[in-house]
Design a protein around this ligand. Sequence first.
Ligand code: AMP
Ligand code: MG
Length: 493
Amino acid sequence: MSAFTQLRLVNHFAALEQAYSSRVEPMPLTEPKMAHFNQALAAEIGLPAGAGDDPEVLAVMAGNAQLPGGKTVSAVYAGHQFGVYVPQLGDGRAMLLAQTQNEAGDLFELQLKGSGMTPYSRFADGRAVLRSSIREYLCSEAMHGLGVPTTRALSLVSSSDPVRRERMETAAVVCRVAPSFVRFGSFEYFYYGERFERLQPLADHVINHYFPHLREATDKYERWLAEVVDRTAALMAQWQSVGFCHGVMNTDNFSILGLTLDYGPFGFLDGFDSSHVCNHTDEGGRYAYEEQPKIGYWNCSRLLQATLPLLDLNPEKAVEKANDILARYPDQYAEGVLTLWCKKLGLREVRAGDRELANAFLNVLDAGKDDFTRSFRALAQIQRDNSRIPVLRDEIKNVEAFDAWLENYRARLQSDSEEDGERAARMNTVNPKFVLRNHLLQTAIEKAEAGDFSEIAHLFEVMQKPFEEHPEYSDYAAPAPDWAAQLSVSCSS
Ligand code: AMP
Ligand code: MG
């Protein structure tokens, strides 16, 4: 019996009219191998135990066989790339195999990335290389482990098919999973193409399936867009709080559900540098770490522009409503990020002065480019009284500034009357010990390119539970080695 027969297929997106997508067929891979399979996610979706070893599952995840009952489509969208509008993009190498619904009612779109050319491939080959596929596969699951909303990954299939990038590499296919892959750019495509009548069916699709509480509301489009703005602001706050940088924050890479989407040249901060740019191709630093919250705002402004026809028939009123919705972002973001910084400092509530306390700590780290993840993790070991010098002090370069800050921090902790141990336990659930640093990925990629997938499995295991100690993997929590500074990630993938 097929592993897929137990799935309940709903295929909501593929059922929309042809204007939104094109029927496609994956291009087969030569000698596909299951480099990793996400058994926990498979179980959530409703695939049987052992699906990862099933040859039929491998064939479907490689694009070598049809998913029974699926309807394979690639979606059309547009987007602002580095601030410039591009009228047609679309899934140039992604194919939606099917959408399923599990017993709990959760929706899962299964999408292959790297499965060959589509009508939206433009001048490219529709493929993804093993290196970039490993990065996407592991990082989406690492973000999930950190509790950050994200698309996920079910399988990573490697092959012997050659793909030309700067050098010859091999093709791989990731099966990505999300409730929906609709992007801000999906709406921009129809707005700037002046096909306004196409906006409403797409918005209704999103609202009906993903914002069902708004279905009957008379002002449903306003309320839906307000929620999208809130989710986007919340996501930017979460990225900042874990030191995540998205290298290509174009509107076509912004999810309508507020998920982290499209892991290309991303990076976690090693040493804290607020002006860090993770994408080598981003010469102007448009998507630098400290710019990301502002870009989230700008992207929301692009979405609101593209959905003006849904807000009001009167263009002036529509603009007024859009501006009101957009105006939520600054406060939503500021409150969201402050709450997260306070949690990371172990504060149970936000009080006057806490914003300054958090900023001052970040300034200490920034001054010495001290390790972001390690420094926050080590905060939990600080005692309220000043009988012991904290171990963190050894890692901080600007010790004078740190000592001054520490005095204020201890005073703040003393005002809270909580035991050190209790606070530490709480902090260890918000300050991860592990993040998927570039050099860790690099090691896994080099081994995988030589045919050894074991490092992928180790990283996967740890990054699923990054708040736990995993003493056997303590090397993964070490600061980046010097050679990591030479690593460069770019849009080429
Ligand atoms: P990205 O920067 O990965 O978000 O991609 C931007 C656009 O380029 C999207 O429409 C992608 O589908 C398309 N694209 C990127 N790489 C390829 C490729 N190798 N083949 C076809 N289309 C691609
Ligand atoms: Mg993209």
